[in-house]
Design a protein around this ligand. Structure first.
Ligand code: GTP
Ligand code: MG
Length: 478
């Protein structure tokens, strides 16, 4: 595109409100000329690339309103690959408005969401998965989220995917060589070698897919829901994990009537924790019924359910209803941890009232944890179990033995996962077609489709609509 056809965009990179400083960015061919009109240097010259210089705002309506620092990054050595000017001004509403209005008046256009990053992508400064990582890094609330985003930003996923793409291109080259030969010249060994190459690529892609379970949880946070009958100690568990009295706790059954959601960070991992209204087995109170409905919705969205069973155990009829509910959740493939609560009362209980014996008899297949809010080590154990679940998808793994997120590449985006899944299924089809002795030109078409899926992850081969969709999710000023 002719550089004269590209307009110059401007936006604040810092959020609205009062702050010590605010950062304003201008990118495009006219960025220098616009700044020339807007700011008067303290010294005699315009900024030297990549050096901070002091300015006042130039005469005009906003004359004398602020002193700013300008940093200039000349194309192509900038975030967007264009000329970029970064203005640090004071971060109040009037100054922000002054800077923005002056820039627009001087010929800049207000940048849309993600437009700076979109330009960086178009100018080859970063690929699509790295651009997505920029957003993840900005949105990261917990250390591990930031860690995986930063690794993606450094090109971790791009490199892994490109290695797999090269692998498939290798197979493609092999296939094209065979295509040029006569059918009679084909040896069975050629097909076998090709199948082997494709099998290797498939295994590597599958390995990457397997990392998505923990990758998604790290990126989005783990949704943990505390559920069970009324008065079993659910809210007390939420408060213990939160380290503060967030939910009301009382000996009256039905204290929690609505779902209570909090975010907490454990060992750098983000957890969305939800306390629910006790699942009363018979209720005619419309508010309680609504609470139970909300609890059921939370259960549907949970990655992990802490089902609390505490003494006294329920009467037989209600117990059967609860057991059915737990069985159903397990059948649906939900991850369940039975929390055998009020463990401090166990020594006073008769055998038929003991939750531990009950669990062994009725739910021997489900993982469990004994819990008392009066035993400090129980909180530690519960936290460790949650961390091991995030890292390994396993409630009983030893956290000391579990690999850390740094040790291998992790897939965190649903978009990447879906593309790899499609690629795996296409590679599979290629293998089957080769085994069924389909002609090489047909096999090549399927393999090409698999390659297209993978290159869409890095954006090497991607539709305009997808680019639009991805960058529209960005914030303004990035
Ligand atoms: N002995 C003992 N009592 C506990 C423990 N945990 C909670 N309790 C008590 O059990 C009662 C109910 O606790 P909550 O945390 O409000 O129980 P809940 O399951 O949230 O109850 P609802 O919101 O009514 O469904 C309170 O009196 C708590 O003090 C525990 O570990 N040991
Ligand atoms: Mg409660």
């Amino acid at each position: 595109m002719n550089p004269l056809d590209i307009d110059t965009i401007a936006a604040f990179s810092t959020p609205p409100g009062e702050s010590g400083l605010a950062v304003f960015r201008i990118s495009g061919p006219q960025a220098g000329a616009i700044c020339d009109r807007l700011f008067k240097p303290y010294g005699s010259h315009f900024p030297i690339p990549s050096r901070m210089e002091g300015y006042t705002m130039a005469p005009g309506i906003w004359d004398g309103i602020d002193e700013v620092i300008l940093a200039c990054f000349k194309a192509p050595h900038s975030y967007t690959g264009e000329d970029v000017y970064e203005v640090s001004c004071h971060g109040g509403p009037a100054v922000r408005q002054a800077v923005m209005e002056s820039a627009l008046r001087a010929g800049a256009r207000s940048a849309g969401p993600g437009e700076f990053s979109r330009r960086a992508f178009i100018n080859g400064k970063m690929d699509l998965s790295r651009a997505e990582a920029v957003m993840d890094l900005i949105g990261a609330q917990a250390e591990k989220q930031a860690e995986v985003a930063f690794r993606q930003l450094q090109g971790g996923i791009s490199r892994t995917v490109r290695r797999r793409v090269d692998q498939l291109y290798g197979a493609m080259a092999h296939l094209e060589m065979l295509l040029d030969w006569d059918e009679e010249e084909e040896r069975p060994k050629d097909r076998e070698t090709l199948i082997q190459e494709l099998e290797e690529a498939k295994t590597d892609l599958q390995k990457l897919l397997d990392s998505f379970v923990s990758g998604r949880v790290i990126r989005e946070g783990l949704h943990v829901v505390i559920a069970g009958s009324p008065n079993v100690g659910k809210s007390s568990i939420l408060n213990a994990l939160a380290g503060r009295d967030r939910a009301i706790v009382s000996p009256i059954a039905g204290t929690t009537r609505d779902t209570i959601e909090i975010d907490l960070v454990l060992d750098g991992y983000l957890i969305h924790l939800t306390d629910t209204a006790g699942l009363a087995h018979e209720s005619h109170d419309p508010i309680e019924q609504e609470g139970i409905l909300r609890a059921e919705t939370a259960l549907e969205e949970a990655d992990l359910i802490l089902w609390v069973l505490s003494p006294p155990l329920l009467p037989v009829e209600a117990r059967a209803v609860e057991e059915k509910r737990i069985d159903l959740l397990a059948l649906e493939g939900k991850s369940l941890l039975l929390v055998l609560g009020k463990d401090d009362l166990r020594s006073e209980l008769k055998k038929h009232e003991d939750p531990l014996i009950y669990q062994e008899e009725r739910f021997p297949h489900l993982p469990y944890l004994t819990w008392s809010q009066k035993q400090e080590e129980d909180l530690d154990r519960l936290k460790k179990t949650l961390i091991s679940f995030i890292r390994q998808g396993d409630l009983e793994a030893d956290t000391a033995l579990v690999e850390d997120t740094k040790s291998h590449e992790i897939l965190t985006h649903a978009r990447h996962k879906a593309a790899i899944e499609r690629a795996v299924s296409l590679v599979n089809k290629t293998i089957t077609d080769l085994k069924e002795r389909l002609s090489f030109d047909l096999v090549a078409i399927t393999l090409k489709e698999a390659l297209t899926e993978l290159t869409a992850i890095t954006g090497d081969d991607v539709s305009e609509t997808l680019i639009e969709e991805i960058f529209n999710r960005f914030c303004i000023g990035k």
